[in-house]
Design a protein around this ligand. Sequence first.
Ligand SMILES: C=Cc1c2[nH]c(c1C)Cc1[nH]c(c(CCC(=O)O)c1C)Cc1[nH]c(c(C)c1CCC(=O)O)Cc1[nH]c(c(C)c1C=C)C2
Length: 514
Amino acid sequence: MRLLEKSYGLMICRVFRTYSTVPERPAAKRKVVGILGGGITGLSAAYYLVKQYGDKVLPLVFEKSDRVGGWVKTVVTDKGSRYEIGPRSIRPAGIRGMNTLDMVQDLGLHKDLLYVEKTHPTAQNRYIYLGGKLIRLPNDIKVLYKKTEPFKRPLFWSVLRDIIRFRKKGTDDSIYNFVKRRFGFEIAEYLIDPLIRGICAGDARDISVKFLMKDMFEHEQKYGSVVLGHLLSRFGKQPCTLSEDDKTIGFSDVALASLSGNWSIWSLEQGLEALPKALEDYLVNKNNVQVLKSVNVDRMRFSRDLKQVDVTYEILGDVKRADTITCDHIISCIPSTSLARLLRQTKPSHPDLWKVFCNIESESLQVTGLTYTESEVMNDAFGFLVPSCEQSVDGLLGIVFDSNVFPQEQNTVISVMSKPGLGINEIKGLVSKTLGIHREPHDYLIHENPECIPQYTVGHYEKVQALRNYIIYAKLPLSIAGASYDGVSVNDCIYSARQIANNIVNFKLDFQNS
Ligand SMILES: C=Cc1c2[nH]c(c1C)Cc1[nH]c(c(CCC(=O)O)c1C)Cc1[nH]c(c(C)c1CCC(=O)O)Cc1[nH]c(c(C)c1C=C)C2
């Protein structure tokens, strides 16, 4: 018997002794794919491997904590308040949004779906906190010819500026510089700066336009203007750019319903964590998949012929034990800096590789959920964002009015998004200053998310391509997926996992002949 099968069987017995189940393992020649991380990307990678290759593959998920889902986490407190620690809603837009809804249906979660239509006030209105007050951003055509707060001139002038301005060829730029160059200072400062804070809690002056606002970048390159490019690509004939795999996405009843029902965002009755939990249930019911929780992978070693990887991990718990399993391939779904730490210990070492992984940094974020028993906030909004030029509310990035979107009985539930380290009194001060809520909250929960949002700085696109090319040329049995590389939203993570899992045959893992 091959080392792989021996050690796999042995390992399963050891690990599962702790969990008091010993699954049967047929000794067929199967490919063992180690998946680092049991967050939404890791679980999705295992899901798509099973969908694509059935029992020709043995996905083995290594998760450090005692739960799956990573940043997708719903907490219900003793007083019954429900808070989302990470993402709280998902957009059904585009091929990636459709793909997630296909998965939701396949997992049987469609009956628990909650959704909001695009005509709902919370989907229409956007607020920013500027000059010590809340300002509703204009959302109708009048803004083009009428001066509307916070802008000093009608936006017609910004549109004109974009149309007549020369294109800057080829190179990536920060979103802030790009928008300031094409549309002027005010659009960059009052629209883009807060929006980027809402998406990646980062600074629009650092974030790559080519990566995060690819359409805008491409419109400038192709048509010399973002506005013209947008109009021409909407009304002109566009060649179909979908891959064969993409063409299979979006045919589930739920995906189709989201289109015909004009959905803006959706969530799940029990909170978004129901999604990773359902994925875990799906996977553990397959007898060729293992989801190992409370295990810390601390070393890897590539074999000389680069056909296998020995993964050494520690089983966390009262009595710590180490073990090693041989995998045919690794899909890393952990943050790039965690992978860098692991690759640093890996033999043979590839310093050119792990040093680049170190370079994809992440921002930390504090999310504080607060519950009030009475109606406390204006009900026509999703929340508000704070542009970085607003100095009066230090540390505050914005507040989301969760219960306006998905009501929680009669309560008002809000989430304060801030830099980490703010105590409850500081948070209450910020809520009182911005929203005029002086009442004590009935319940609250402070949660710090260390290094949770990757920062796609200028050049990110090329950096990720270079990483993937290096891995291919060095013939490493490794793939990388997830938010560090392919986008921050849940849709991005799931789609990234799908692409990696479906393309794993390119890594000489010939499932057909095994
Ligand atoms: C939990 C914190 C998160 C922050 N960003 C994200 C999460 C999960 C990811 C994210 N946020 C937004 C998007 C794009 C659109 C989408 O898929 O929903 C993504 C991927 C947008 C967004 N986030 C907030 C708001 C109000 C918006 C909408 C902006 C708009 O459409 O105008 C809330 C918010 N999220 C974060 C912060 C700091 C923040 C501030 C209120 C971080």
